[in-house]
Design a protein around this ligand. Sequence first.
Ligand code: HEC
Length: 510
Amino acid sequence: MWRFLMVLTLLAAPAQAATPEQLYQQHCLTCHGSGRMGAMAPALLPQSLDRLRPQQIEQLIRSGRTATQMAGFADRLNEDEIRALTQWLLQPPAQAPKWDAADITASHVIHHQPDPQARLPASIDPLNLFVVVEAGDHHLSVVDGDRFRVLARVPTRYALHGGPKFSPDGRFVYLASRDGWVSQFDLYTQQMVAEVRVALNTRNVAVSSDGRWVLAGNTLPETLVLLDANGLRPVRTLPVCDARGNTSRVSAVYDAAPRNSFVVALKDVPELWEISYDPKAGKIYPAFVHDYKMGEGFALDGYLNPRVTALDGVLDDFFFDPSYRYVFGASRDGRAQVINLDIRRKLVDLPLVGMPHLGSGITFERSGRTLMASPDLKGGQIDVVDLASWQAVAQIKTPGPGFFLRSHERTPYAWTDSMMSKDARDTITLIDKRTLAVVKTLRPRPGRTTAHVEFTRDGRYVLLSVMETPGELLVLDADSGREVASLPMMKPIGKYNVYNKINRSEGTSH
Ligand code: HEC
């Protein structure tokens, strides 16, 4: 009898153990939100966690993250529960999370109406400001590019993407967070203007060159969301799918200023989309600008009318040539190709090996030819291609695989990093654009990951990130590499000079 009871208890025990879902409800929901969609804490969906390894997630649940509200649960959850919870978080929710037009509209907040008369003090050059994205503790810093002083430091949404976008006059910054929040920030008053959550997982945003529109490209749900750039009022949602209804995540969306259009790369469908915002182009390919009844909200009617270029593979990222007629696209398997946006066709495969990071490509002139250079995420080299012949011109060896490449019209040097390598993540390499040779390797903070250069407006100084928590923003003389200043920062993953961005300096990527 006694034995029988024990067997019964053993059999019953698993049924009594809490399921991962129950553990979530009990311990996590208050902060991470219902449906794991995020609340005061970030979303916990497979799409949001793909940068963490399962062991890292388990460790996070066990011990928490220092200096944040994420406390450890080792005292409340045992190892089996932590493992089960982690596996459960890496699976899509049983019920697909919903984020539709009503959710977008309900999330929209206006924090401050921008005062048209507002100005920065006369001593500050508004076009030589830098916006620094600090991923360590989710802040944005505004740095005066003449005096190298922090003018303001404000909290942002969780996990901003690098690459904020600017209004054409350089006054407003548009930020996109991993969890789908788009924020409009006023550099003149250093206040958030408005925010809206366009999706549960977002790739990036682009701002139209006329300053009227912001287009957000999303991965969950698979949509493009158009916003009014002045206050981020949602205007329209476009589901992303091909003619047969196969849906796709968005890889990237960029503004093609001379074409008055947005160009969108898709991650799951081999198509490149171009969406015009040119009021005059409406007859050629019906643009969405004509039919708004402003103030009426928006509907899921698919009215945005993309011009589709069919491709033989999906694109992960892309880069425009200076004429904006051609797109250089790269796919995850490392193939690169040239696409003509006017005739809507792929022209050639680009002779690049490895995995080009076209999102950080730059162009420059050399002996009367226009060259494009981009880092290689795998190979420890910079690939240089002639834009007239589409031929490879050089492969410049660096100490290890890097992520960013930057230059400026004023300087003969292009600066790159080796942050993806094991033993050279602390090096910065200067390449002479005239000889295509490495001229200098800097190691300003030995042992610390150092990357992402941006030039001052005049090109005389570079700002460089020591991407650690805590890290630094270093200011170096652009000619000698000598250190001029250092500002403490929390993992500054990117910095952007207003002037270089709004003038599409040839030394910066979009
Ligand atoms: C008191 C609020 C709170 C509770 C309760 C909480 N978290 Fe968190 N969690 C946070 C915050 C805030 C962050 C972001 C930390 C940061 O800034 O890096 C976070 C981050 C995380 C992350 C990392 C997400 C990422 O993308 O980097 C995971 C995973 C996570 N939490 C899991 C859990 C789990 C599982 C539970 C329940 C067992 C839980 N959290 C309970 C507040 C909370």
